[in-house]
Structure formats: C-alpha cells, structure tokens
Ligand binder design. Structure first.
Ligand SMILES: C[S@@+](CC[C@H](N)C(=O)[O-])C[C@H]1O[C@@H](n2cnc3c(N)ncnc32)[C@H](O)[C@@H]1O
Length: 237
C-alpha cells in the first residue's frame, strides 16, 4: 500500500468546498524536499478511495493510533518512539511538515509510522476501516478565530461522526487547543454527539497528557501567553 509515487503536494482534493486548511506553498527546506522524494516510498501512503488493510500496511497486527494535522510532527515522532508496540498513522496536508517528520523518523530509525498527505476528512471517510483505531490525537487544530470562518474548524458534528466511525469501542480521543472559544466549541460538539464520553465529566477539561510533547505551534502560543485546554474522550461501546 506504501507507494513510491513522488508527493510534491497533497493529492488533489475532491470538490468539497469548505475545508479546515489552506495549502501554504513554497516553504520546504532542501532537506525536506529531499525527504519528500527519497523517504516517501518508506513512510508515505497515497490517498485512495479504498480502505487500507492495516496489517499488511505495517506488516503486523498491532493497536493503531492516528494523529490528525500533525504539523511538523514533533508530537507524533515522540509518541511513536515511546510506543514501538503501536502502529501510528499521521495525516497532514502541509508538505514541509511531512518532509520534516520523515527526516525525524529516518534519523530515529522508526518503522511504526505511515503518513497520508491528504485531507483528513476524506481519509477518515474513505480510507480508514470502521472501528479499526485505538487512539486519535488532534493537537492544536487551526482555530479559525474569525466568526465567519468558524465553519472551517475541523471539529464539527460531521467530523466527530467520522471519528466515531473509525474508532473502536473504548478507544481514546485526545484534543488540545490554545483558543478558548474553540475549546468550548470542541467540548460542546463532542458532548452533543452521544458517541463519546468526556473522561473529565461532562463539563471538564483534563490536565495536559503527560506524553504530549511540546510542538513549535504550542511553544509559539506559550510565548504569547496563551493558555491550553486539553480534552480526553472515550468512544462509547
Ligand atoms: C495549527 S497547526 C498545528 C500543528 C500541530 N498539531 C502542532 O501542534 O504543532 C494545524 C495543522 O493541521 C493541518 N490540517 C488542517 N486541516 C487538515 C485536514 N483537514 N487534513 C489534514 N491536515 C489538516 C494544517 O495543515 C496544520 O499543519
């Protein structure tokens, strides 16, 4: 399932109009460009409208986690390193971030990570089999702070339904944001879905997940004095 197609940019999206991202271009370093060419065959998985067979993709059957919008991949790299017993899937549309993560995976000689460079909405809908994942991380999704952009936020009822589809009963969903309004929105949408139980009680936030390593994005927020809200949900049986 891993292919040697050369990924210069995410695969062409379908015609859905409201997206949670805009593709930023032209900021890959030479090393990231090289990684996109040379390391993609090892770590990359092309988006296809066909469910992945995770056992053959990873060459083993193991609990599987997914990180959606991994940015430069610091959290995913650290998690995969700390959990060699797990298969890890990263989804990100920003090519320099994908290149950056692959450089880290190569340096750490990790073989338990695969990357899909495509819109996570379509990946969850079409490429991930129902009830196939044990854990999902979504850390600092784009907050789209302007009111007229709120519809672009990835955490919406339809997306939560997709998460519920791919997560097994008892799977864990972890989220973090440094935007208070988005934190309240996430909690409202997840609590309303009926598919997830808030592990901190209906109105609560959890303390920072110990293993969530600091990303560049979070560090920048810290310098600006931003607070962080962490949420943890369990997929109901
Ligand atoms: C604000 S950044 C945070 C990145 C990272 N999680 C961190 O904490 O540093 C959000 C990331 O999500 C990615 N993203 C947004 N919508 C996405 C989607 N639908 N599918 C895949 N990636 C997405 C963006 O490209 C961006 O890199």
């Amino acid at each position: 399932m891993t292919t040697d197609d050369e990924p210069k940019s995410p695969d062409a999206p379908s015609r859905r109009t409201i997206r949670s991202f805009v593709i930023r271009r032209g900021r890959s370093t030479a090393a990231q460009e090289r990684a996109l060419e040379e390391l993609w065959p090892r770590y990359g998985v092309r988006f296809q409208n066909e469910e992945l067979d995770l056992s053959s993709l990873f060459g083993r059957s193991a609990p599987t986690m997914i990180e959606i919008g991994f940015g430069a991949g610091e959290a995913l790299l650290a998690f995969a390193q700390a959990h060699p017993e797990m298969n890890c899937i990263g989804i990100e549309v920003h090519p320099p971030g994908v290149g950056h993560l692959m450089l880290g995976l190569d340096a750490a000689r990790l073989s338990n990570v695969r990357i899909i460079m495509h819109d996570a909405v379509e990946v969850l809908d079409q490429q991930i089999a129902p009830a196939s994942l044990n854990l999902a991380h979504i850390f600092f999704p784009d907050p789209w702070p302007k009111k007229r952009h709120h519809k672009r936020r990835i955490i919406q009822p339809d997306f939560v339904a997709l998460l519920a589809r791919v997560l097994r009963a008892d799977a864990i969903l972890r989220l973090a944001t440094d935007w208070e309004h988005y934190a309240m929105h996430m909690r409202e949408v997840l609590d309303a879905s009926g598919e997830f139980a808030n592990r901190a009680g209906t109105n609560g936030f959890v303390s920072r997940f110990d293993e969530r390593s600091l990303t560049r994005f979070e560090r920048r927020g810290q310098k600006l004095g931003h607070s962080v809200w962490d949420l943890e949900y369990e997929r109901k049986g």
